[in-house]
Every structure is written in C-alpha cells, then in structure tokens.
Design a protein around this ligand. Structure first.
Ligand code: NAP
Length: 639
C-alpha cells in the first residue's frame, strides 16, 4: 500500500504545476524535491532559507532565490510525474535530521528527533495507535465529551478493539468548535498542524480556519472512522459513581428529553475540555437590562446587530475576534476591557490557502508532513524560555528576563506602530504586565484597526452597574446599549464541573480538588480508579504546541493503561499517592518560575483565587511526550 503521505499520483500539466508553485512554501517544497529526486545536494547549495520565525513559512528567501527554486522544482516534479509518481525511497535517519535542521535554520537537538519523526509519520505509520492484544469485550468504556479529545478517544478505543460509548451534551461533534459560533471564531494555531497527526487535511481554505470549517473537519474525521454510531448526542453526564465491589463506574446522564440514562463502565475517560462552561460575572443591575444579553459561546443568532448599540464586556481571545467581525455592521460598539492584552504579529492570520498549496499538499510527497513540522517547531518549547522567570532580573513587574524584555519591546512596537501617537489609546492598549503573562493573541492588525473606527470605543474604566439601557462605569459615565455580549470567558479552574464524580468511599472529586485540581501527568487521580482525564489538570498549554498534540500523547498513554488492565484481568488501576504528590510538588515548583505566575498579573483565568496555577503545564512538550509514551506500571496501584 502506498504511504498515505507520499501524495496522490497526478498528470498535472507543466503550466499548471508552474502556477501551483507560485503559492507554496519554497523551503518546504525543496524538501519534497529531495524525496522525489533522492538527491540531497538540492539542499546543500546556496538556495536555502535564512531563518524561521513563527508563521514565516518562506524562510525569508529572496524573490530571486525563490524563482530559481521554482525553476528547478518544475523540472524535478515533471520528471517525477513522467515516471508515474513512484513512491519515494525511504530517506536515512541522518538525512532526515539534516533536512529538519536545514528547514528551521538551527540545530534540532537529538532528543527532539524521535518525537518529531513520530509527529510527521514519514514512514506512513501511525505510531500512536495501540492495538489490543487481548479480547476486551467485557471492558466497556464511557467517554464523556465528543470534542477534539473525545473523538480521538473513540478512534483509539475502536482501533484497540475496546467497546465504548461517547456521551456528548451537544448535538454534534467538535466541542469548542461546535459550541462557539460567534462571528469571527477561528483557531489560532496553524491548521496544517492543528489537526490530528494521522488525519491531515489538504482541504483547509484558511491557514487559521474559522469555526464552521473546523467543525466540518471533526465531522469528516468522525464519519471516516465511523464513530458517530457510538455517540449519545444531547445527553449530559451529571454524575459518575465508582463501586469498589464490582470495579465499575455507573454513569448517570440526562438525555434531550430530560430522561435519565444510566451506563455501566469499567473505565471512564473524561474528555470535557477546560473552556466551555460560560462565566458571566455578576454585575449589579444586569437582570434589569431590557435588551438581549448573551455569552460569546452561546451566541444568539436570532438577534440582529445591524445598526444597534452593542456593548461587549470582556475582550480576551473571544472578544478580540468578535469586535473586528461585528464593528462594520453595528451602529456603535463599546468594548469594556479590564486588562489590555498582549498580541503578536501574524500577517497570515486571516489569509486564505491558495489552490497551489492545496495541490502541493495533495500531490507532492511529504510536502504536508514537512509543512506540519515547520509550523510545529517554533512552538516546540521555545516559548517556555521566554516565559521563564530570571530571579536576578530587575523590575519583574515589566519583564521577567532579558528575553522577556525583548519580547515586550517587540510586541509594544507592533502595537504602537499601528495606532500612531494617540497617547490616550496607547495608554489603553499597551499592557502593563510582562509579555506572554496571559494568553498572547494572534494579530494581523484587525483589532487595533477596529478600535480606531469612529463607531467603536474602548473603555478601560471598571463597570459599576448595568441599567435598563446602559452600562454605567465607575466614573459615572452612562454608555447606552441595546445589546450586551459577555465575552467574559469560562469557569476554567473548575475541571470536570458541574459533573459529580464520586470515587472510592463516595469521595467527590470536585471537593477534593477545590481550587487545586491535579492528576498524575494530568491524567489519573488516586482513589478514583479507572478514571482517565484528557486535557486534565496541568495540561493546558500557554506557550506553544497544540492541544491536539497533547491529546494524542494522553490517549496513547490511556489506551496502554487500559491494556494493562485488560491483558492481566486486573480490576482497577490508580496512581500511587507518593508519585502523584511528587508530581504535583514538582509541577507547582516549576510553575512558580513561570511568567504566568507573576503577582503583577492581577486577573488571569490561569490563576485560582490564591494566585496559584493548576490548569497549565509548565513542562516542555518533549518531556511530556516522553513521560506519556508508555505507562510505567510502577506508578500505579493495581487491584
Ligand atoms: P478570557 O480570555 O478569559 O477573557 C475574558 C475577558 O473577560 C477578559 O477580557 C477578562 O478580563 C474579562 N472579564 C472576566 N471577568 C470579568 C469581570 N468580572 N469584570 C470585567 N471583565 C471581566 O476568555 P475568552 O476570550 O473566551 O478566551 C478563553 C480561552 O478560550 C482563550 O484563552 C483560549 O484558550 C480559548 N479561545 C481560543 C480562541 C482561538 O483559538 N482563537 C478563541 C477564543 C477563545 P481580564 O483579562 O481582566 O480577566
């Protein structure tokens, strides 16, 4: 069988190939040429990228150099086509490492190579899939949630031959990407990386896709793997209860008609996400407001915003996308923002994927795989360096290290370069806390351009109360409003909430956790046997990578844990107390060294009310990948 990443054979004409090459990433193309021709000297000459910075996929090559590469490429690709597009010969490990370093213009340490190769699957082998070695028909599993991680859980369980039911509160697949339909909703991790490693797509129309396209991707993947028939839609889990005597979980849910549904499982996988329970702050008088008012993730599409006075409370990642999308149609938009956000330039943010790129992804051997690597690498642990506090660095309120200061200067220049020298606006939009201290936003200029529109006002003064037709700020100013949008985020710290999860002796997980949710590797919890979390405590990412990458690590680990139970007919597994305590202590110690913990950051959904952070990961991706590659039986208590 042909390697799925070797590209589909084609008979495209020379002229059409030449047209396609106008769009593509030239450095990525050159690596595909090496595969097609088997000639590594193509990347050992003068034609090469000069650097890599986030979404700069052309490696800063000059137009002349790019034209020279396109000329060579046309010849190589036409020859490959005329030979019938044979599957390329495998490339040696040394050459692959050379190709990696060439593409990103810097050393790629040896410890990263196995992880990157696995992520790229150049051998066409999905190494994160686990096949069952023992019959598992008497080991039913319930997965809670059918978003990105729940769907993945279903795919992996099916591959392993483990019976499962997914219970999903929504009416369709996608989680966040089903629920958030607000205008402008789009992902901010490049889509050719933000998709399952084993299910790349050559169909993305945007580099950072909008919500409908993402939801459609998950639907397509679900259909391909025939997971839909395992899902109970519009059914919400309210409680799960462990019984030591039978070593089973009883999962209580309510279906769309309010009818009780009960499922019995040997293991439960929570795949409920961290950011989907809307948080609406209590503001005096808000219930007296006469017009429509709704949360960003519960967008009321029946409300016509055209010509209306719209107040948007909150402007984090969601508000940042909503404002530019609705400002052109509303009469007046008033944005109430408590804390200014750091943002960094990404000119590709709203760009469409050209037909040439889609052609290359479909036909040029490993083009899509190398493009994935190109997007992955800049977010692969480098952000942690900029986020780490240098205890010797002075004035930590402004910056926490030299590299963090450089980042601050760069981001500040990006912001001020767009708004000229209006001192009032500069004071409002340049954050006063260290760069990357809260979730940094992607920007192509649309946010600040929106703020300078005549019908948009940014208000940084705190809200005192809401009246029938206005929001009144602490300075006594009444801001008239017909509609209120709460872009005020989620109950991020309340994991697995509002479900009640009862472990051994009836202990309630939410009560044990309080404001300090924790799990060994973010996955398993002592006294809650056979419970596995995906995107659990301490696994949210604030400095790079993608949650899909993390989910794939977690699900490989979980499937192998299930195998440990099934193969040896063990009743249950839970992490050892001492290992878990050690993990929490080390994670917290590490977290305190990171910029997100800085006390100068007053408001952040990363922090609990004590200023501690339990939801994020402070760890390098390469470490987490290594730790979750295979469960260590010594970490567990088996019964
Ligand atoms: P968020 O980042 O938590 O932002 C909430 C906003 O509401 C902030 O401006 C916050 O101010 C404000 N707010 C909250 N409580 C308030 C109060 N009591 N009074 C006044 N203002 C208040 O929520 P989000 O924008 O929905 O984003 C949440 C997360 O979802 C993101 O960080 C990201 O992980 C994900 N997301 C991703 C994308 C994407 O991929 N493009 C898009 C949307 C969301 P403070 O900053 O002062 O707290």
């Amino acid at each position: 069988m042909r390697n799925p990443h070797a590209g589909q054979p084609f008979t495209t004409s020379d002229d059409e190939i030449a047209a396609a090459l106008a769009d593509v990433s030239i450095p990525t193309l050159m690596l595909s040429l090496v595969h097609m021709s088997g000639d590594p000297t193509l990347i050992r000459g003068a034609l090469k990228p000069a650097g890599l910075f986030l979404n700069e996929v052309q490696g800063y090559m000059s137009e002349d150099d790019k034209a020279a590469v396109r000329k060579i490429a046309l010849e190589v690709i036409a020859g490959y086509r005329d030979r019938g597009c044979p599957e390329p010969e495998p490339v040696s490990a040394e050459l692959l490492h050379e190709m990696m370093q060439w593409l990103v213009c810097e050393p790629v340490p040896d410890e990263y190579v196995p992880m990157l190769l696995e992520e790229m699957e150049l051998d066409g082998r999905d190494a994160r899939a686990t096949r069952a070695t023992s019959p598992a028909h008497d080991f039913p599993v319930v997965v809670i949630g059918c978003g990105e991680s729940g769907l993945l859980a279903g795919i992996r369980l099916k591959e392993a031959g483990i019976p499962f039911t997914i219970v999903e509160k929504n009416g369709g697949v996608g989680g966040t990407w089903y629920q958030n339909t607000y205008p402008g909703a789009r992902v901010d991790v490049g889509n050719h990386f933000y998709c399952y490693s084993f299910e790349p797509s050559d169909q993305w129309t945007h580099f950072f896709a909008e919500q409908p396209e993402l939801q459609a991707y998950f639907q397509r993947v679900m259909d391909k793997h025939d997971i839909g028939r395992h899902v109970r839609w519009e059914t919400e889990v309210v409680e799960a209860v462990w019984d030591d005597a039978t070593a089973t979980w009883t999962v209580h849910a309510r279906d769309r008609d309010g009818e009780a549904v009960t499922l019995t499982a040997r293991a439960v996988i929570s795949a409920v996400g961290q950011l989907n329970r809307p948080h609406i702050p209590q503001i005096a008088g808000q219930h007296d407001f006469a017009g429509p008012a709704f949360h960003s993730s519960e967008w009321d599409h029946s409300v016509d915003l055209r010509g209306k006075r719209v107040a948007m409370i909150g402007a984090g990642a969601s508000g940042f996308q909503i404002a530019p999308s609705i400002a052109p149609i509303v009469g007046q938009l008033t944005v109430f923002q408590r804390t200014a956000q750091w943002m960094f330039p990404n000119p590709n943010y709203h760009e469409q994927v050209g037909p040439g790129v889609r052609w290359a992804l479909r036909h040029l051997p490993f083009y899509g795989r190398w493009y994935r690597f190109l997007l992955f690498w800049p977010g692969c642990d480098k952000g942690l360096d900029a986020a780490r506090v240098d205890p010797e660095y002075p004035d930590q309120h402004k910056a926490v290290s030299e590299i963090n200061e450089i980042t601050r200067i760069m981001f500040t220049e990006w912001i001020t370069s767009q708004i000229g020298d209006d001192p009032d606006l500069v004071a409002k939009v340049v954050p006063d806390y260290p760069a990357t201290g809260k979730r940094t936003l992607q920007d192509n200029g649309s946010w600040l351009k929106t703020l300078t529109r005549p019908n948009v006002e940014l208000v940084r003064t705190g809200i005192d109360r809401i009246e029938r037709d206005a929001i009144v700020t602490a300075d006594g100013v009444r801001h008239r409003a017909d509609i209120i949008i709460y872009a005020t985020g989620f109950h991020a710290g309340k994991l697995l909430w509002p479900m009640t999860i009862r472990g051994r002796n009836g202990e309630v997980l939410g009560e044990r956790w309080g404001e300090r949710p924790s799990a060994y590797l973010g996955i398993t919890v002592p006294d809650f046997p056979n419970l596995f979390c995906m995107y659990g405590p301490g696994t949210n990412l604030a400095s790079g990578g993608s949650l899909i990458f993390h989910s794939e690590c977690q699900m490989r680990y979980i499937t192998q844990c299930l195998e440990l139970l099934i193969a040896d007919r063990r009743r249950s597994l839970e992490p050892r107390e001492d290992r878990t305590a050690d993990w929490i202590e080390r994670s917290q110690a590490e977290m305190r060294k990171m910029v997100w913990s800085q006390p100068s950051i007053k408001h952040s959904f990363y922090k609990n009310s004590h200023g501690e952070i339990y939801t994020l990961s402070p760890w390098r991706l390469v470490d987490y990948w290594g730790w979750t590659r295979e469960p260590n039986p010594q970490d567990f208590v088996f019964r």
